[in-house]
Design a protein around this ligand. Structure first.
Ligand SMILES: NC(=O)c1ccc[n+]([C@@H]2O[C@H](COP(=O)([O-])OP(=O)(O)OC[C@H]3O[C@@H](n4cnc5c(N)ncnc54)[C@H](O)[C@@H]3O)[C@@H](O)[C@H]2O)c1
Length: 608
């Protein structure tokens, strides 16, 4: 395998493209996307020829454009004078022949291959040979649409995102036949619209949906297998990864019918089972539960089109047994997670015994914690008095015996099963009966820690996220042997330390990593296949999905070695061929390129 070029893609030489490409643009199909695009194009001062299916549809389209621009004036995104000028640039009719006057035609009709192919054949007949024809398809083959014309070299995809005025990304999709100069012109045109173009080849899903929908599908399958509740899956991804929406809420927004169509198209090309639509999607679609637009999908909404979920009828809060009393806590470890978790408990007023392998290590961990508190004071998040009170609650020690009296022990030592089992066996002998023993492992089985003790019913996972003081999420992992009151204890404790708990079973990756790492791995594969560059993929996911970081930025921060370990654990657990770690990730780890910590991962950080 040839290693892909990991350096940033060369930027297009704008001077090579003619100034101001496509002065007149036709938009065919003025629905959700077409309306937004027509307005965005007119805002650049270009003439827009809007074309709808018939007179009545044209009337409705014009009303939509007027409404959208009036809304922009209300929001002060447009002045009344700009609106008048903008509207004077847009004409709307129902005659496709009008497209003959355009330099670029953007098609935004419904997602049906035959409809689009017929339209392109007609446009090919109507428009002069130099006119560029662009399809707005999300999941259909641009090549097959281009093949309906006699000018496939002047046909490409322009994939805008909804809502067009807010989303900055445009995927510029080239088929093997698209003239590169035409693609460059289209990219320049997108830039003039204030958008960020990324280059993509013609394959189902392009960059963004190709990575997004596999992840959404896994979330649907996770819900279907009752591994976790829909609320917990969504909260886990929002709070654990900083995503703007949880996957099931996002599926409801996209529309389950659309999601299924995109996944079907992806599966048809990839034959990867992870792209085969989760059966639950088919069931919901067959039942007419398409998401927000019909008022019900994974969630139930106040009304069709509403974004406000309502509780399920008859869904009573699960009756829980009461938890045990926790008044003091022990934390084992002296690393990032241990000090972060100790800070969380002490800040919430719990006395914390912080146990390291020596008194010196424990003192250093406390000093580290003090520095973190100082930073919070510096930022005005904590008063000096609160800092001192928090620090007073922490007792650093090198003696495990000091844990004898605590009500809960949090283990946060090295991610090594032998080390953890040895510690749990020791805790079993020291800690008083009835105390809860929790592990913060992110990739090892909690049950293996439990069986190292004589009290597996008291052992549970509390998976905190890094940095623990800032990240709200805790995955609460009960094994098949965990006592219900121990689960209750931990859920109640999370509320007391102001964390958001989500519940899941004891299997590889829990919720967050099981959904996050396959997506990161898919991004590495996309790079490995030379489908898109590191920068384009990162830009596409940030702008197309509102993610705080692109997949390669995140991999470099997390560490490629850590990522590879998690991917191996997931593959080992589920034996799904699509989950096998991408060879490129293995090679980079073997070469010592582990990300930010070594100065080089997918990007060269030393040079920046
Ligand atoms: N909605 C999204 O979130 C989204 C995002 C990106 C891309 N897309 C893609 O954009 C395209 C348009 O989607 P949409 O959501 O705007 O659809 P839509 O249903 O809102 O609008 C389609 C419009 O096309 C018109 N139309 C149908 N046949 C026509 C014809 N022969 N000539 C002229 N007009 C015709 C319809 O009257 C309708 O107004 C699709 O290919 C879709 O996959 C949609």
């Amino acid at each position: 395998m040839q290693a892909p070029d990991l350096s940033p893609a060369p930027t297009t030489d704008a001077s090579a493209a003619p100034a101001r490409p496509f002065p007149t643009v036709a938009v065919v199909g003025l629905g959700t996307m077409g309306t937004g695009i027509a307005v965005a194009v007119a805002r650049t001062g270009r003439r827009v020829i809007g074309i709808e299916a018939d007179g009545a549809a044209a009337g409705r389209a014009l009303a939509r454009i007027e409404e959208a621009t009036a809304h922009a004036v209300d929001r002060e995104r447009l002045s009344p004078a700009e609106r008048t000028a903008l509207l004077s640039l847009i004409s709307v009719g129902d005659q496709l022949d009008a497209a003959a006057a355009a330099d670029l035609v953007i098609e935004e009709v419904p997602e049906q291959l035959e409809l689009k192919r017929e339209l392109f054949a007609e446009l090919d007949r109507i428009c002069p040979p130099q006119t560029v024809l662009a399809t707005g398809t999300t999941s259909l083959s641009v090549t097959r649409i281009a093949a309906a014309t006699g000018r496939p070299e002047r046909v490409l995809g322009l994939h805008f995102f909804n809502p067009v005025h807010a989303m900055k990304l445009v995927e510029v999709v080239r088929s093997v036949l698209t003239d590169p100069q035409v693609a460059d012109q289209a990219a320049e045109f997108a830039r003039e619209l204030g958008k960020e173009p990324v280059a993509a080849g013609d394959r189902a899903g392009f960059v963004v949906n190709g990575l997004l929908f596999a992840y959404l599908n896994q979330a649907a399958a996770m819900f279907e297998s009752r591994y976790a509740t829909r609320e917990d899956i969504d909260a886990a991804m929002r709070l654990g990864c900083g995503l703007p929406m949880g996957p099931l809420a996002l599926l409801d927004l996209i529309g389950l019918d659309t999601a299924r169509t995109v996944l079907e198209a992806m599966y048809e090309q990839s034959k990867d089972r992870l792209h085969a639509p989760a059966p639950i999607l088919g069931q919901l679609v067959s039942a007419g539960l398409l998401g927000r637009k019909t008022g019900r999908g994974f969630y139930r909404y106040e009304a069709p089109g509403s974004s406000k979920p309502v509780p399920e009828q008859g869904a009573a809060e699960a009756v829980r047994v009461a938890g045990r009393t926790v008044e003091s806590v022990g934390v084992c470890g002296s690393g990032t997670m241990a000090t972060g978790i100790a800070e969380v408990f002490a800040k919430a007023g719990f006395p914390v015994v912080l146990v390291a392998r020596s008194q010196d290590k424990a003192d250093k961990a406390k000093a580290q914690l003090a520095r973190s508190l100082d930073r919070s004071v510096g930022k005005g998040r904590l008063t000096a008095e609160q800092r001192d009170r928090t620090l007073d609650l922490i007792t650093p020690t090198g003696a495990q015996a000091d844990l004898a009296g605590v009500d809960l022990v949090m283990e946060a030592v090295a991610e090594d099963l032998a080390v953890k089992r040895e510690l749990f066996a020791a805790l079993d002998k020291i800690v008083k009966p009835g105390a809860v023993l929790a592990t913060t492992t992110s990739s090892l089985p909690v049950i293996s820690c439990a069986t190292a003790t004589s009290r597996p019913q008291d052992v549970i996972g509390m998976h905190f996220f890094n940095p623990a003081p800032a990240m709200k999420l805790v995955e609460v992992v009960s094994t098949v042997l965990t006592a219900p009151e121990v689960t209750s204890t931990v859920l109640e404790l999370c509320a007391k330390v102001r964390k958001h708990p989500v519940e899941c079973g004891d299997r590889a990756g829990f919720i967050v990593n099981a959904l996050l790492f396959p997506y990161l791995n898919d991004a590495v594969r996309m790079l490995e296949e030379h489908y898109a560059t590191v920068d384009d993929i990162d830009t596409a996911m940030k702008l197309g999905c509102g993610y705080p970081m692109g997949p390669f930025e995140l991999l470099d921060v997390v560490g490629l070695d850590v990522s590879l370990t998690i991917e191996r654990v997931l593959h080992q657990e589920f034996r799904e061929p699509g989950l096998a770690a991408a060879p490129l990730l293995e090679h980079l780890v073997a070469a010592g390129c582990l990300g930010r910590k070594t100065g080089r991962g997918f990007r060269d950080h030393a040079r920046r």
